[in-house]
Ligand binder design. Structure first.
Ligand code: SF4
Length: 295
């Protein structure tokens, strides 16, 4: 497939997600369009302008710690240019950061890269001593949910109850997450739920950079195996880690980001909602966007 067709396909997919209008060719010649130059496209069919895609959808990895500002697409909402009678999907937010971390080597001897199931990843996590968090943990918390889940929820790290049970998002915050998912008609059992780090940080402190770096390959492998239609990053640590950015949660909300091509929605962590009920409304807005990405 030529680069032009690949870019066109990417553009159309982005248009679909953002609810943008398709570009319909008129009968007359279209500026910049040479008949026959793009195999498979014909007058009257949906045709993307290729150039803007290359400018708005960065595909290369970000340098850790680098400012992602130049990777953001214009903050213009596609809904603003729509005529009256626009589809409901035009309410989706604009695209944001795109992050494509190094992929696994298929021929690697690394057991994690050879792990072919979520259970295999969990088995590796259960004996992991790659960072200091192994020292005080009760149980590892690799994550839970079906291997074909359409949505992956990513939090920060296990708390006390999670450390005792080996399950993610249990206790009060977990109950709230279950309610949030039920409100968008998504039973918890159909979602893969996990954290950035798989062992509890002492006193529930925020995981440190080297701990996150040591644990990230497990999360990346889990996402690779599940191949979800969308990822819901709950809390600043999950969002900044998945998107490789230092931007605040507030700045990252209300955009559709991408992680290895998978749409990522950023919202508040349920534990934060318990402390600040005023964030429930924006969280509801975020999860509804995530829900629409699944259909
Ligand atoms: S937090 Fe992750 S990297 Fe650290 S010991 Fe636990 S499983 Fe291993």
């Amino acid at each position: 497939m030529s680069d032009g067709r690949a870019l066109a396909r990417e553009f159309l997919e982005q248009q679909r997600l953002l609810g943008g209008d398709p570009v319909i060719l008129t009968d007359g010649p279209t500026p910049g369009f040479t008949p026959g130059a793009t195999p498979g496209l014909r007058p009257g069919s949906v045709t993307p302008p290729v150039t803007p895609v290359a400018a708005s959808v960065p595909t290369g990895p970000l340098t850790p710690g680098a400012s992602p500002g130049n990777t953001q697409s214009p903050r213009t909402s596609p809904g603003k240019s729509k005529a009256s009678g626009a589809k409901e999907s035009s309410d989706l937010p604009p695209s944001g950061l795109s992050y494509d971390p190094p992929g696994g080597d298929l021929f690697s001897a690394d057991p994690l890269q050879q792990a072919a199931s979520l259970e295999a990843v969990a088995a590796l996590v259960s004996t992991c001593t790659k960072c200091r968090l192994c020292e005080a943990r009760g149980r590892t918390v690799p994550g839970e949910g079906p291997g074909d889940a359409r949505l992956v929820v990513v939090g920060e790290g296990p708390g006390r109850v999670e450390d005792e049970t080996g399950r993610p998002f249990v206790g009060q915050a977990g109950e709230l997450l279950t309610k949030i998912l039920a409100a968008i008609d998504l039973p918890r059992e159909r979602v893969f739920i996990c954290n950035v780090v798989k062992c509890r940080p002492p006193e529930n402190r925020v995981p440190q950079y080297d701990e996150i770096a040591a644990c990230l390959p497990y999360l990346f492998r889990q996402i690779d195996l599940v191949k979800p239609r969308a990822i819901l990053a709950m809390g600043g640590t999950a969002a900044q880690t998945l998107l490789n950015t230092k931007q605040s949660l507030g700045a990252l909300r209300n955009q559709i980001h991408r992680f290895r091509g998978v749409p990522v929605i950023v919202t508040y962590h349920p534990a934060a909602l318990l402390r600040n009920p005023n964030w429930k409304k924006p969280t509801w807005d975020d999860v509804r966007i995530a829900r629409r990405l699944l259909d």
